[in-house]
Design a protein around this ligand. Structure first.
Ligand code: ZN
Length: 359
């Protein structure tokens, strides 16, 4: 993820307490955003995102619904339970969990929540496939597939193996909760007292869901739209063919709806969904133009080589491990969209290189 700039014209910070906590580098407090709806920050240890915001909704007839759960760690589990206790509830009160997408900071605590409460867990079918990718095979195979994917993008096999890490590093992902309910675009979540409509917004993941609450006009944006950073949009061996094309289309879908306030999964609440989605689209168009210029200057380069010619939030040489994987697979996502637009062509073969299309 990179920082395309903080002040976006047409947006307004509404989570001022969250914003102030960010500035002071502390975890924001639990807040009652609307009657019966709370934001619960769950820390992400040693991560610049700092925390994920889970949301708790009091249900008609008793119990709670959750939107996302938080990064799996003892610290996160404690924060989630303390957060629920501060609103007079406990994990056992949870009846259902909506997962915006199958990333560890959103689904990670789902297994503990489901075990402690018996709650159902719902996700989009495309992200259920991502869950099966990590839970349905040995971690050695997950690692081997990711290394092979990076080698096909031009990585040196030894470097790719070092960047991906060992199967032991990957093994915890096999313990991810396997959701037992599916939500597709337009479906209503089974949370009595609320009217949350699922909005399929592929890009950050193939099955990313936002939720539009139709009575309050609130928009739970997950990681699809964040107020400060641009969500990572990258290719993977188990993801979509053109994730950036999907993401730009999803931004149009999200930005076309009226939202009284945006409740994102990181950073702070804000208003101005249309302006923010327009800015994110403009950001990616600038990146596409930068990549096209890099291909013109360095023809017959692999995605791995091209990533080194782009500007990142820090010098490329300082990138390592996961960061480098994000950068290279994000470059690959931009390449695939340039190819779909007919602007570049790949060479074919096991490790394709790229050139500007003849006009
Ligand atoms: Zn996230």
């Amino acid at each position: 993820m990179e920082d395309p700039g903080t002040a976006v014209a047409g947006t307004e910070v509404t989570g001022t307490v969250q914003h102030e906590a960010w500035r002071r580098r502390v975890l924001p407090p639990v807040e009652e955003v609307r009657p019966g709806l709370w934001s619960l920050p769950v820390p992400i240890p040693h991560n610049p995102l700092r925390y994920v915001t889970a949301y708790a909704l009091a249900l008609a007839g008793g119990g709670l619904g959750l939107v996302d759960t938080g990064w799996e760690s003892e610290e996160g589990w404690r924060a989630l339970r303390d957060g629920l206790a501060s609103i007079g509830a406990g994990v056992a009160d949870v009846r259902g969990v909506l997962i915006t997408h199958a990333h560890w900071d959103h689904i990670g605590l789902g297994a503990r929540v489901a075990a402690a409460s018996g709650a159902w867990v719902a996700i989009h079918p495309a992200d259920l496939r991502a869950v099966h990718h990590f839970t349905g095979k040995p971690p050695e195979q997950v690692v081997a597939e990711e290394v092979a994917f990076l080698v096909a993008l031009g990585a040196d096999p030894a470097e790719a193996a070092a960047d991906v890490g060992t199967p032991e590093h990957m093994a915890h992902l096999a313990g991810m909760v396997v959701p037992d309910r599916l939500l597709e675009h337009g479906d209503r979540a089974d949370l009595p007292g609320w009217s949350l409509r699922a909005v399929h917004t592929p890009g950050h993941t193939a099955g990313h869901l936002c939720f539009a609450e139709e009575r309050t006009g609130l928009f739970f944006s997950g990681d699809h739209v964040l107020p400060r950073i641009s969500p990572n949009v990258s290719t993977s061996g188990f993801g979509a063919a053109d994730p950036l094309g999907d993401f730009l289309a999803s931004l149009e879908v999200a930005g076309s709806g009226a939202a009284a306030e945006v409740l994102p999964a990181h950073e702070w609440r804000f208003r101005g969904l249309a302006a923010r989605t327009a800015e994110l689209r403009a950001h990616h168009e600038r990146r596409l133009a930068e990549l096209l210029a890099a291909i013109r200057a360095h023809p017959h380069a692999t995605p791995w080589q091209l990533a080194a010619h782009l500007t990142w939030s820090r010098p490329w040489e300082d990138y390592e491990r996961r960061m480098r994987i994000f950068a290279v697979t994000e470059t690959d996502a931009h390449l695939r969209l340039l190819a779909r637009r007919g602007l570049v062509v790949g060479s074919g073969g096991p490790v394709p290189t790229w050139t500007v299309a003849a006009r």
